[in-house]
Design a protein around this ligand. Structure first.
Ligand code: SF4
Ligand code: SF4
Length: 387
């Protein structure tokens, strides 16, 4: 049985969030819990979600006020706090600056690490992936606290506490994992292995303003008014997906993998929710994302032929596209699956779907939200009962 805390918080007032987080730690055991989590002056690494260059307060990334509130609580326990991430695209420092995180960090003497220094490590405890290149600052921290944003995700349906650590894989190595793990069951096992090797110690999830629809980058803000905290990443994510309307957390591929591999507790019966009750906080009208490579998740032995028919395709919204070529640049496949073709006075992407592994990096990182995922007619029929 895993304890997590669910808290209600309706805006990004720093002091209000700070009080809520303090309340959360109190429910988990107060000083005793915190001193065990953060032995005196240990090296703490905060991992916010810094997906790409966004304006401060954007629902794509962890809110700077949330980040500040966490620091205000943790600085009583360690003077050695660093934050960092390796965003999907763009310079990490610029992302941190734009997001307002760097300014907050400077105010509290929190260091920044751009996750470009890496270490090679091996693990015998993995389900699947034993050899890793990881951001040194994340791997060598004593305490890793993840600060994810609650969002929809085109490939994984949902992103929160578990998936946030994918940003601890430096730079373009992330793309290589997509190519090495085109089967999403394996991709999910990789995410679990990653958290095991990093030893992610605690999650404080920013669900005050979540993101619904075309996530993880081009969705719509949703006032979910929630903070979830706990040591168990699966319990935090399982509770988060309940809030946004999933009856069964095993609908989320990496939670299913965690459950089947006995990685950690996932089911509601195994989670002790402190603070607010899920039924009082859950919403019914959150636009979920079930357009991901769901077929891969159901049947890992799918042939390429079936995949092409059943899995959704990325499609461009021509008028939104500005021809920046970011989709082309982030595609991990070699040769590239995208080529730019002329449309009116600009160039827009065109996909070679026979070779596309449906990792949706192009959709995830398009700066204009100009890429959506779309099923074929057969794909729609086969996935109908999952909507
Ligand atoms: S689809 Fe998006 S990423 Fe690709 S060229 Fe157009 S705007 Fe840029
Ligand atoms: S085209 Fe998009 S979805 Fe297909 S492999 Fe490239 S980045 Fe992934």
């Amino acid at each position: 049985m895993r304890d997590i805390v669910l808290l209600k918080c309706s805006d990004y007032n720093v002091l209000k969030i700070e009080n809520k987080i303090r309340e959360g730690f109190e429910l988990l055991g107060g000083e005793e819990f915190l001193k065990k989590l953060i032995p005196y002056n240990s090296k703490v690494l905060l991992k916010p979600n810094m997906l790409s260059v966004e304006k401060a307060g954007s629902p794509v990334i962890t809110h700077y006020a949330f980040f500040e509130a966490v620091i205000r609580v943790l600085k009583d326990y360690s003077k050695d706090i660093t934050f960092g991430d390796s965003p999907g695209f763009g310079d990490s420092k610029k992302v941190a600056e734009n997001a307002g995180l760097l300014k907050v960090a400077n105010k509290y003497d929190v260091k920044f690490d751009n996750f470009t220094k890496s270490v090679h490590v091996k693990s015998d405890e993995s389900i699947l992936c034993r050899s890793w290149t990881l951001a040194k600052a994340a791997y060598e921290s004593d305490v890793l606290i993840t600060l994810p944003k609650l969002k929809t995700h085109a490939m994984a349906y949902y992103t929160g506490a578990i998936k946030n650590q994918f940003g601890c894989v430096p730079g373009t190595l992330k793309a290589q994992w997509h190519t090495r793990m085109p089967n999403a069951n394996n991709f999910c096992k990789m995410l679990l292995d990653l958290n095991k090797i990093l030893h992610t110690d605690f999650a404080i999830l920013d669900g005050i303003v979540a993101m619904e629809g075309n996530g993880p980058k081009s969705g719509t803000p949703y006032n979910l008014n929630s903070i979830i905290m706990g040591e168990s990443l699966t319990a935090v994510d399982s509770t988060a997906v309940k809030l946004i309307g999933y009856d069964d957390p095993l609908e989320i591929p990496f939670l299913k993998e965690a459950y089947e591999n006995k990685w950690d507790d996932v089911l509601e019966k195994d989670i002790n929710v402190l603070g607010e009750k899920i039924e009082n906080m859950a919403v019914k009208d959150f636009e979920k994302c079930r357009k991901g490579g769901s077929f891969y998740f159901i049947n890992p032995t799918v042939t390429n032929f079936l995949r092409d028919i059943i899995a959704p395709d990325p499609v461009v919204i021509k008028d939104k596209c500005i021809g920046c070529e970011r989709c082309l640049n982030v595609c991990p496949e070699k040769p590239k699956v995208i080529k730019m073709v002329k449309y009116k006075d600009k160039y827009i992407p065109k996909w070679d779907m026979k070779n596309c592994i449906r990792c949706f990096c192009c959709q995830e990182l398009c700066p204009k939200g100009a890429i959506e995922t779309k099923y074929s007619v057969l794909g729609r029929i086969l996935n109908k009962n999952r909507r």
